[in-house]
Design a protein around this ligand. Structure first.
Ligand SMILES: C[S@@+](CC[C@H](N)C(=O)[O-])C[C@H]1O[C@@H](n2cnc3c(N)ncnc32)[C@H](O)[C@@H]1O
Length: 328
């Protein structure tokens, strides 16, 4: 919250901290440091950068508390070693790298809101590096959310679950591990289904998972299933597309079946939580009609196609889950 003159100045200049951090990610500084202490000279050599520029960046990162500086040697903090070093199992480097790729789009915000710039500058979805990083980023983010989310997913006597837009399968695998009686279908675009297949083999769950490559708006969802899980999907689309998607899902659900929608839900006045309010600005910039929605927006759509028994659960500061039941 901005509460003072100083806060206003800090917020206005916050782009500097963001760019220092995302440049460090793009230059792979935290990974190159690993558990070592290195001079700016050594690190400039390893990262193929200008020594002076790098040292200035390293000092700024140290000032932010993301590196430690001792006797002109730089090293990771516990936090950066855990999250910003690509070798760590909890690394979010792909997620942050992807955020850095949005930088130029944010520069156009004023013009886009004035209607003077083209807003739909897709991030080159055919670019192979981007595809790979996107898939890894989805996994990194899900690792943080899944343990909290699982506490709120109760499958009861359900035997089948459809994970629509299930990405690389992270959520499906975690749900399956907790509920081994389930048979899970993951539906996604072909390149994500390939990623999910590789992971399913790796985890030894390929016989319990059905993988379906398709498009939400063109292909059949199969079923009927006892549960449909829809995580981080509705924000990609506008209201009209979401209504079509939710109506199509009703046909893929058994009577009395459950729909679980996970997303960055906004409170009804759409100003909070801040992470969702900012994410919706980003969606406005880079999608045709994507938005974060309030719980009431989605409940309204769901009521129109026959759902009831709504339950809204906050999972963390950004994610929430809306639980609804199809009429029996
Ligand atoms: C933001 S990711 C969410 C992945 C995962 N469910 C999660 O919560 O992390 C959106 C997923 O929807 C898939 N997707 C988007 N539009 C789609 C469409 N029209 N048909 C099929 N899959 C689609 C993407 O490929 C991607 O895997």
């Amino acid at each position: 919250m901005v509460k003072s003159y100083v806060d206003i100045l800090r917020k206005t200049a916050a782009y500097r901290e963001s760019r220092v951090l995302t440049s460090a990610i793009e230059l792979d500084i935290f990974t190159q440091l690993g558990d070592k202490s290195l001079s700016a000279d050594k690190l400039a050599h390893k990262t193929n950068t200008l020594r002076d520029g790098l040292e200035i960046l390293l000092n700024a990162l140290s000032g932010m508390g993301l590196l430690k500086k001792n006797n002109n040697l730089f090293s990771n903090t516990d936090l950066s070693l855990k999250y910003l070093n690509a070798s760590s199992s909890e690394s979010i480097t792909n997620y942050l790298w992807l955020a850095a790729q949005n930088w130029n789009q944010w520069c156009d915000l004023t013009k886009v809101i004035q209607g003077k710039a083209d807003k739909n500058k897709a991030l080159g979805t055919e670019n192979p590096e981007l595809k790979k990083r996107f898939s890894l980023a989805v996994n990194e983010r899900s690792l943080q959310v899944i343990p909290k989310l699982l506490q709120h997913i109760h499958v009861g006597s359900a035997k089948s679950l459809l994970d629509l837009g299930g990405g690389d399968g992270s959520y499906s695998f975690a749900i399956l591990e907790k509920n081994p009686q389930l048979r899970v279908t993951i539906f996604d675009r072909p390149y994500m289904i390939t990623a999910a297949m590789l992971r399913a083999f790796d985890k030894g769950v390929i016989t319990k998972i059905k993988l379906v490559a398709g498009d939400f708006f063109k292909d059949d969802f199969g079923g009927p299933h006892d549960i449909v899980f829809l995580s981080n999907i509705i924000h990609i689309f506008g209201a009209a597309e979401n209504k079509r998607l939710l109506e199509k899902i009703t046909k893929a659900l058994n009577a009395g079946g459950k729909l679980l929608i996970v997303d960055r839900f906004l409170e009804d006045d759409k100003t909070n939580p801040p992470e969702a309010a900012f994410f919706t600005v980003e969606l406005f910039l880079r999608t045709d009609s994507g938005r974060c929605y309030s719980w009431s927006d989605v409940i309204h759509w769901l009521k129109a196609v026959g759902y009831s028994g709504f339950r809204c659960t906050r999972i963390d500061e950004s994610a929430g889950m809306l639980d609804a039941r199809m009429a029996s």
